[in-house]
Design a protein around this ligand. Structure first.
Ligand SMILES: CC(C)(COP(=O)(O)OP(=O)(O)OC[C@H]1O[C@@H](n2cnc3c(N)ncnc32)[C@H](O)[C@@H]1OP(=O)(O)O)[C@@H](O)C(=O)NCCC(=O)NCCS
Length: 161
């Protein structure tokens, strides 16, 4: 598997794969909105034998420290459970660290994301429109400087929840 930054020629394939992974187009719209608003910090694709099999985005957030949102994460439905999602999450964590972020927030299934160190308990102190048991945070460099405050996703997310 090859992990590499997304390029413009990937965009149509990413849209088709994301729609197939989620079973609807709301996450495709999210990706388009994030790109159009210039809110994407990192976009990574996974490739196998020249075929695109996965994609992950990191986008800017408003938070008491420099935080990025991981979303969406999509793996081609025919390629699940082969570690592609995990490789993309780890690549996103490395990219966010390189970007200088203090933390990554994610909205997802705790059964999946806790294996990477994401914590819903730690995110519990932050107010967000996505607050709840599926809202998690991963500190990237030791303890978070604060564990309360307001965090806001980019406007591209609004209306999709
Ligand atoms: C969730 C997703 C990214 C996982 O990718 P993947 O490449 O299949 O995952 P990996 O191979 O890295 O990991 C597989 C493990 O994750 C678990 N897993 C997969 N999807 C899961 C989910 N939605 N919730 C909890 N666990 C999940 C599998 O049971 C497996 O567990 P095991 O290692 O204990 O057997 C992929 O299934 C996908 O794109 N799903 C549809 C879109 C989606 O839900 N994206 C996440 C939004 S937050």
């Amino acid at each position: 598997m090859l992990l590499r930054p997304e390029t413009p020629s990937d965009i149509r394939t990413i849209a088709a794969m994301t729609a197939a992974a989620f079973g609807d187009t709301s996450e495709v719209i999210l990706v388009e909105r994030l790109r159009a608003a210039g809110n994407v910090c990192a976009a990574i694709v996974a490739e196998e034998d020249g075929e695109l099999v996965g994609h992950v985005l990191l986008s800017v957030m408003s938070a008491p420290f420099m935080a990025l949102a991981l979303a969406p994460l999509a793996v081609h439905p025919l390629c699940e459970r082969r570690g592609i999602g995990a490789a993309l999450v780890r690549a996103a964590i490395a990219a966010a660290t390189e970007f200088g972020a203090t933390a990554i927030f994610v909205l997802g299934d705790p059964d999946y994301y806790t294996r990477f160190g994401f914590s819903a308990a730690l995110a519990d102190g932050f107010s967000s429109r996505y607050a709840g048991e599926n809202f998690m945070v991963l500190p990237l460099s030791g303890a978070l400087p604060v564990t309360t405050g307001e965090v806001r996703h980019a406007a591209a997310f609004w209306g999709l929840d």
